[in-house]
Ligand binder design. Structure first.
Ligand code: SAH
Length: 216
């Protein structure tokens, strides 16, 4: 399979879908998504939809990854936090756009999965952490940008608190099955701006400031 060709076609499709941020498009044209997709789904590596991962999780749809990263208006000096590493794909894309990526995953099996793949592609500015990302990752805060790749009932207070002044956070908020992307930004006076964007479907954010384990 000609993955380079498929990757370029995916990027053209993202442009047609309205993604304008050239840095995001370029990063998505660089990261080999096939490295992050499980063996048995290789032929769908550049399909513009979610793909199953171990532990009943999914790699997010390329369009949604692009949309979320573009909404954060990333700059090269940014310190970024991702909650929900999954395969490591979105972290890899983000790592080409900012100085440092911290990514937190609650499932040890997926931390291992992502670690192998991120080592393979050799992006050095990504720190992978095992833990409950609804609590953020306090030791490396504040963050200029936070992206949450799983859907929760509300934006966790811990994540708001770890946002830098002028920092932006994007997260799916809603029920277990349906959410909308919420964009939050911290103003100079310490208050938060808030905008509700497009409907999405993410796997649940499970943790002390998210859904309970086994809750439906
Ligand atoms: N960004 C990923 C897709 C993530 S899917 C990619 O590009 O592949 C959502 C992930 O969030 C799952 O791996 C799930 O285990 C994880 N997750 C759910 N709740 C979490 C929490 N509280 N802290 C960290 N990770 C969490």
């Amino acid at each position: 399979m000609d993955f380079d060709q498929l990757r370029a076609e995916m990027v053209t499709e993202l442009q047609q879908q309205g993604i304008r941020d050239t840095a995001v498009l370029q990063a998505m044209n660089t990261v080999p998504r096939e490295h992050f997709v499980p063996e048995e789904y290789q032929e769908y590596a550049y399909y513009n939809g979610p793909i199953p991962l171990p532990a009943k999780q999914t790699i997010s749809q390329p369009f949604v990854v692009a949309l979320m990263l573009a909404a954060l208006k990333l700059k090269p000096h940014f310190n970024l936090l991702e909650v929900g590493t999954g395969s490591g794909y979105a972290a890899a894309v983000a790592s080409l756009l900012v100085r440092q990526v911290h990514t937190v995953e609650r499932q040890a099996r997926l931390v291992q999965y992502a670690k192998i793949r991120l080592n393979q592609v050799g992006y050095a500015n990504i720190s992978l952490h095992l833990g409950d990302g609804t609590l953020g990752w306090p030791t490396s805060a504040p963050y200029d940008a936070i992206v949450v790749a799983a859907g929760g009932p509300t934006v966790p207070a811990s994540l708001r608190n770890q946002l830098a002044v002028n920092g932006r956070l994007i997260m799916p908020v809603g029920t277990h099955k349906k959410q909308k992307l919420h964009l939050i930004w911290r103003k100079v006076d310490g208050r938060f701006g808030h905008k509700v964007l497009t409907p999405v479907r993410f796997v649940p954010l499970i943790g002390s400031e998210g859904w309970g384990d086994g809750e439906r």
